[in-house]
Design a protein around this ligand. Structure first.
Ligand SMILES: Cc1cc2nc3c(=O)[nH]c(=O)nc-3n(C[C@H](O)[C@H](O)[C@H](O)COP(=O)(O)O)c2cc1C
Length: 159
């Protein structure tokens, strides 16, 4: 079984809704086991156990939240061991062009430093899934797609 971890931070529930949709999309791919965890309940061992790691955060001053950054900083203990795993990111922000992309890139940047593999998207939503405040129908579908695409890539790389 290919394992996907969806780890997220969320204070008012918007990013959490996105996390559930990302997980739903990943579960649509056969032979994939998906675990969804809040960042406070996630440790570096969870990162190690996964083949694909999808991280979600509210946009806080154009970057990921301090809680998600704390998990990433803690992952220095296992630096080198995430190499070759697949990564992806999603965020909910308060507006458009108010820091969502920089937040996604702040997460993807850390993943690349870990030696992880990140798939971009050619047509719109290049860096991951984003919603303004509460995700609507369209944003939730982008989340499902992000989960599916990540799961498919994980399976390809594992075979
Ligand atoms: C400390 C803090 C900083 C924020 N910074 C930004 C920001 O830079 N840009 C933005 O668009 N929204 C910002 N917001 C709004 C949140 O990103 C937005 O409300 C988001 O939907 C919250 O997600 P959540 O429901 O998962 O907690 C900020 C909110 C807080 C509490």
């Amino acid at each position: 079984m290919a394992k996907i971890l969806v780890v997220y931070d969320s204070k008012t529930g918007n990013t959490e809704r996105m996390a559930f949709a990302v997980a739903e999309g990943a579960r649509q791919v056969e032979g994939v086991e998906v675990v969804v965890k809040k960042v406070d309940k996630t440790g570096v061992e969870d990162l190690l156990a996964a083949d694909g790691i999808i991280m979600g955060s509210p946009t806080y001053y154009g970057q990921m939240s301090a809680k998600l950054k704390a998990l990433i900083d803690e992952s220095v203990k296992i630096h080198g061991k995430l190499e070759g795993k697949v990564g992806a990111a999603f965020t909910s922000s308060g507006g458009t062009a108010t820091g969502a992309e920089t937040t996604l890139l702040s997460i993807l940047n850390a993943m690349l430093i870990h030696g992880m593999i990140v798939q971009g998207r050619a047509n719109d939503k290049h860096y991951g899934a984003a919603a303004v405040e509460k995700p609507g129908k369209e944003e939730l579908e982008y989340c499902r797609e992000l989960g599916r695409r990540t799961a498919i890539l994980v399976k390809k790389l594992k075979s």
